[in-house]
Design a protein around this ligand. Structure first.
Ligand SMILES: [Zn+2]
Ligand SMILES: [Zn+2]
Ligand SMILES: [Zn+2]
Length: 662
């Protein structure tokens, strides 16, 4: 039978038809497959041939049937086996079979469309040629992506050299140029390759590639292949163990947002695993399907059925926790600020920008993931390389509100040094303050609307609704890095839920939010050279209603609450307490006297005069005469069914006074 000739298909396959997504699904019983194949159905013979390639397929003891499906028209035919899994085999990890035709080969049936072979570790000329193409496409014509403008190079960059010329460290003096940046995990020490005051001078002459660990070495090779002259890697371009580190840390946001591309070592847990990672590939190597007695143009490979939604593993949300890079605190700002990311995952190489998500396997690229696109767009559309005045109030609002989500994501990640809590997100804060909102950043919060930012809540694993990754209970950081009123002073996941209600900038006249706290002044003493980093002291001078309260706990649920000392027994305002820390550090003691500082009154249903407000406040302990420190967020709810809460009374029982929060 010659190429292009009509091939036989039997009733249950209809391979000759163009499929739409819904029409494609068919269940093929294995018992009948053998029979129809032997009766001359070439389609059944091809499927039988594909199955014969994997005689013990795919984590199953017995396959009863195959369900054919395809996520994209024109893409591969995916066969999902159904049957019995072997003992101990997780059905989620049963493999699917993918049947496809390579670009350039002729279609055999329309149902088996085009896809590409995936190389063993993305270091192949094919994979690197694809990466070059993705970069070129993005720079030359992606409408949703920001135009690339050559900007000042980082303080130092690695001149990547060539096959015949070693890389070397280049001191740029702010010259313009094109550079890539590497996003990766350092992994545990020692890190001999890092640049220190004593190795700096040698490194400006030459660095042998063999001196570098594999992840860094691979990144040099990728940068060369992409035709980019310079590469920024923190371990090499910042002088470690010196003052340089603190000042460069604050510029990292700019470095990642101005690069041509960020090379992301997703498949690597440390500096040694490499960007090019073997093993744990999503696909097996593809082989030709044998039928009609010879190799056909149809290729088959196994493909992990996980994730089931077909999203690419590097970016699939539910898979996120498995990629070490996505669990590291430092990499969040790199991922948010980089306009173009080239991922080297354990599965394949994947491009990510605001317009598309092409990868090694797919001929028709995936659309970018909405969540990440959202990150990207908000940052890019509201942080153009232009001045602050170009941003409309709405854009500023969107960006500021976004900070809550940034911190919620960020505080779920891990930091090797607990004291990096402010430094590791300082690059993003710097970019937001200087290029976008113009708002002043204050130890993790924003000066505009500060009262609301002060109402952050420390979440702890039980009942937080977080991903499976558990965090230990919240602690106050051992070393002072931020005042008690900043989320950066505690170790937990943090949420600032008021911001999510999108009310920050609503007109004061009918806003349901009433700010009750008057911030008079803030003074911060920086701990180092990074203006967005740690502080050695910080005081917030404010004026508001303060109510002496006693801390109590319910017997049944052990919920903490406070009761006003002063109110009449019959009508005592109470409020629930959400503590900042869960350690025995003396911050929280039942029966002790505290001070409730009223910060916000929130009227959820403002048209109903009967409806009472929520009150948000801070629970304070007295440190000295007029200095107080925060130990919890307090929320007074409207009176419940048994009339327990009378939040509107908080102001009545309190006393207006000036105080200093430390
Ligand atoms: Zn058939
Ligand atoms: Zn793009
Ligand atoms: Zn792919």
């Amino acid at each position: 039978m010659g190429d292009g000739a009509k091939r036989e298909t039997c009733h249950h396959l209809e391979f000759g038809q163009e499929y739409s997504n819904t029409a494609l699904s068919r269940t093929i019983k294995l018992a009948s497959l053998k029979q129809t194949a032997s009766q001359g159905c070439t389609a059944c013979a091809a499927i039988q041939g594909a199955l014969d390639t994997y005689p013990e397929p795919i984590g199953m003891r017995e396959i009863r049937s195959l369900r054919s499906s395809s996520k994209t028209v024109g893409g591969p035919l995916i066969l999902e086996p159904t049957g019995y899994t072997s003992p101990g085999e997780d059905p989620l990890y049963v493999k699917n079979l993918e049947l496809f035709i390579r670009p350039g080969d002729q279609l055999v049936w329309p149902a088996i469309g085009y896809e590409r072979d995936v190389s063993e570790d993305s270091s192949s000329p094919e994979a690197l040629a694809l990466a070059q193409g993705w970069l070129k496409d993005c720079l030359s014509g992606h409408p949703a992506c920001p135009a690339y403008v050559e900007s000042s190079l980082p303080t130092r960059v690695l001149q990547v050299g060539s096959d015949t010329m070693n890389p070397r460290l280049h001191v740029t003096n702010g010259a313009l140029g094109k550079y890539a940046a590497l996003s990766y995990c350092w992994g545990p020490p020692p890190h001999h390759w890092k640049t220190t005051p004593s190795t700096l001078e040698d490194r400006t002459t030459s660095i042998s590639l063999t001196e570098l660990p594999k992840t860094l070495r691979d990144a040099v090779i990728i940068t060369r292949e992409l035709g980019i002259p310079y590469l920024w890697i923190d371990a090499l371009c910042i002088i470690q163990d010196s003052e340089d580190w603190a000042s460069e840390a604050g510029k990292m946001g700019e470095y990642y947002s101005n690069d041509v591309v960020t090379i992301s070592a997703d498949g690597s847990t440390d500096s040694h695993t490499g960007c090019f990672v073997r093993g744990n590939r999503r696909f097996s190597s593809a082989v030709p399907v044998v039928f009609e007695g010879k190799d056909s143009a149809i290729r088959v490979r196994t493909c992990s059925a996980w994730p089931l939604d077909g999203a690419h593993p590097p970016m699939a949300k539910r898979d996120g926790g498995k990629i070490t890079l996505n669990t590291r605190g430092w990499t969040l700002q790199e991922q948010i600020l980089s306009p173009r990311i080239l991922h080297f995952s354990a599965y394949e190489a994947v491009w990510e920008c605001a317009s598309a998500m092409p990868c090694e396997c797919k001929l028709v690229p995936d659309k970018p993931l909405p969540m990440r696109l959202k990150n990207r767009l908000i940052i890019e559309n509201t942080i153009p390389r232009s001045a602050i005045k170009d941003n409309t109030p709405n854009e500023r609002k969107g960006l500021i509100l976004r900070w809550n989500q940034v911190i919620y994501d960020y505080t779920q990640r891990d930091l090797t040094h607990a004291t990096d809590r402010l430094p590791a997100v300082s690059g993003l804060a710097a970019v937001m303050q200087t290029r976008s909102t113009g708002d002043e950043y204050v130890v993790g919060l924003w000066k505009e609307g500060l009262a609301m930012w002060l109402c952050w809540q420390a979440l702890t694993p039980p009942g937080t609704g977080l991903t499976a990754r558990a965090k230990p209970p919240s602690k106050r950081l051992e070393k002072y890095c931020a005042p008690s009123w900043s989320w950066a002073s505690v170790s937990s996941v943090v949420e600032m839920s008021l911001q999510d209600r999108e009310i920050l900038y609503e007109g004061a006249k009918d806003s349901p939010i009433e700010i009750k706290l008057n911030v008079l002044s803030i003074s911060c003493t920086l701990a180092g050279l990074n203006p967005f980093g740690n502080v050695s002291a910080a005081e917030l001078h404010c004026k508001g209603t303060v109510v002496p309260v006693v801390l109590q706990q319910t017997n049944a649920t052990r919920q903490l609450y406070v009761v006003s000392e002063r109110a009449a027994e019959s009508r005592k305002p109470t409020a629930l307490v959400y503590r900042d820390t869960y350690e025995e550090n003396g911050e929280i003691e039942i029966g002790k006297r505290y001070f409730l500082l009223v910060v916000i009154s929130h009227r959820p249903a403002r048209n109903d005069p009967q409806y009472r407000s929520l009150v948000y406040g801070l629970l304070l302990r007295k440190q000295s005469l007029e200095k107080y420190y925060r130990v919890a967020l307090v929320v007074g709810y409207p009176n419940d069914a048994i009339g327990r809460y009378f939040t509107e009374d908080w102001e009545a029982v309190g006393e207006m006074m000036e105080l200093i929060l430390v």
